[in-house]
Design a protein around this ligand. Structure first.
Ligand code: PRP
Ligand code: MN
Ligand code: MG
Length: 173
């Protein structure tokens, strides 16, 4: 059984998102951006962050899946749902809930950069640097967290708990 303890409160998440939104709006001043949510984990962060961004923005969604063991060795990620529009000449901001090994985002970033966008940047709510296997440049980080099993606010445990408005850590076995 899971024994949940709050790691990051709803209020702290929302406060940090306000800051990130302000920073992103400043950095992209005079430009328009495509905010690209990586399903499913990125969805809560995407919707709250988007409300804090003041530059013109479009929402896009991508779904990816890993190839089990093969994924571990090769880092290959399968695209299940791609972008609806081309991104050449566009500024893309990838929105993720968490970076662990870095495999998902390094693969995704490579794919997107091959499509000739003006820029591709990464915004993640959580970063777990202790788990990193592949180097990936992260532009915006909400919170850096230690290596523990976290759920809530988009992050799942067997697909459940994504709807928690806060980030919890499991203190059970
Ligand atoms: C999780 C998380 C990130 C990825 C991070 O997604 O949402 O997308 O893993 O791991 P990595 O840095 O080691 O690649 P998951 O594959 O569980 O899918 P989900 O978002 O649908 O839960
Ligand atoms: Mn995910
Ligand atoms: Mg998951």
């Amino acid at each position: 059984m899971l024994k949940l303890e709050t790691l990051i409160s709803e209020q702290d998440i929302q406060r940090r998102i306000e800051e990130l939104g302000a920073q992103i709006s400043k950095d992209y001043d005079g430009k328009e951006i495509i905010m690209l949510c990586v399903l499913k984990g990125g969805v809560m962060f995407m919707t709250d962050l988007a409300k804090r961004v003041t530059v013109p923005m479009k929402m896009e969604f991508m779904a990816v899946s890993s190839y089990g063991d093969e994924y571990k060795s090769s880092g290959i990620v399968k695209i299940l749902k791609d972008l609806d529009e081309p991104i050449d000449g566009k500024h893309v901001l990838i929105v993720e809930d968490i970076i662990d090994s870095g495999r998902t985002l390094s693969y995704l970033k490579n794919i997107l950069e091959g499509r000739n966008p003006s820029s591709v940047k990464i915004c993640t709510l959580l970063d777990k640097p202790d788990q990193r296997v592949v180097d990936v440049e992260v532009d915006y980080v909400g919170f850096t967290i230690p290596d523990s099993f976290v759920i809530g606010y988009g992050l799942d445990y067997h697909q459940f708990y994504r709807n928690l408005p806060y980030i919890a850590v499991n203190k059970g076995e």
